[in-house]
Design a protein around this ligand. Sequence first.
Ligand code: SAM
Ligand code: SF4
Length: 385
Amino acid sequence: MDARTENHAVLPEVLDRAAAGRLSRADLAFLLSLEDAGDCRRLFAAAYAVKLRHIGKNVSLRGLIEMGNVCAKNCLYCGIRKDNARVERYLLDADAVVRMAEWAWGQRYGSVVIQSGEIESAEHANLICGILRRIADFSGGELGVTLSLGEQDGETFRRWREAGAHRYLLRIETSSPRLYRELHPPDHSFARRLECLRQLRSLGYQVGTGVMCGLPGQTAGDLADDLAFFADLDIDMIGMGPYIPHPDTPLGAGLYVTDSFRARQLRLGLKMIAAARLYLRDVNIAAATALQALADNGREQGLKAGANVIMPNVTDLAFRRNYQLYAGKPCLEENADHCRGCLALRVAGVGENILWGERGDSEHYRRRTFSGRPRSETAKSPIAP
Ligand code: SAM
Ligand code: SF4
């Protein structure tokens, strides 16, 4: 039997184990290795069925504010890394960020994400505190705020939480310390990133993390380990997406991105969403913008593979082009008004329903917070060796 025929035969058994909440690491790696279009469709359909059970046909929105591209770090894959001299740097002031948040609130987005390069300073911490207080003021504390501002000390995380942030997104990028070392300069610390995730959790944030998939040197086994990592951390939300090379970075320089590479990265991103939905079930999973950079309907495909969150960009066009993490970023010409209309049509087009005006906390977060049950009972499917 060739590998393709063998996969056809094995897939139903693996999907049965997924339905019973008994996926092993080998099962996850198997799902992530599927290449046949029909097999992938069956995987996506199974994940979508789990999404329907836990979340329904519902999509939560987070208006994405790209607050600045000033960054102290030098991640080898990222277009706004400190040493990329070709980037025109900007940092929005409080008025601009609050104005964008007000716009999102007026459009009934329910929630915003404030994201930027990593800046660790007292001045920056104060700036964010001020913005959070103003958002809490104008929305009566109702507009949800996720921060994605990189690693910070515990005191800063605490102050931001007190000022009104309730979610924090910090991708671990890869749960493999070996791969992490290969993707970052020596002074970037995997241990610190992990410690930050733990601190955020202990401060009462809804914690999101994620990885890039399709990185050089990354295997299906590594990605299966990433999913197990998410389960171990008992995370509430996942923001992950395919790696897309940026020509002005050490990792992306000289790489020619072919159509088949894009198709492979998109498929892997979708498989990762589906495997995460089958394995973790009730967490929020974002259909990353990187999916849309690989295919015009990439985010909609993400929804049909099990994702339930979309992050439409609400940043003014003038700044958007300077926040390019990878080549081919979408929506560089469409303003936020246009994005809203386009998004509503796209989501309706795949039979899904936007939860306008709702914060969209994950079922997982609600269960672990309000059920009073200990972690051992609320955890989904502990990975089998
Ligand atoms: N600076 C913060 C941090 O690193 O957590 C937040 C902003 S950072 C730009 C957000 C995410 O962009 C990173 O976590 C990384 O996964 C993603 N990213 C950076 N370069 C990318 C690339 N070339 N392809 C896909 N995603 C990328
Ligand atoms: Fe900076 Fe985040 Fe990009 Fe790393 S991924 S260089 S921390 S913006």
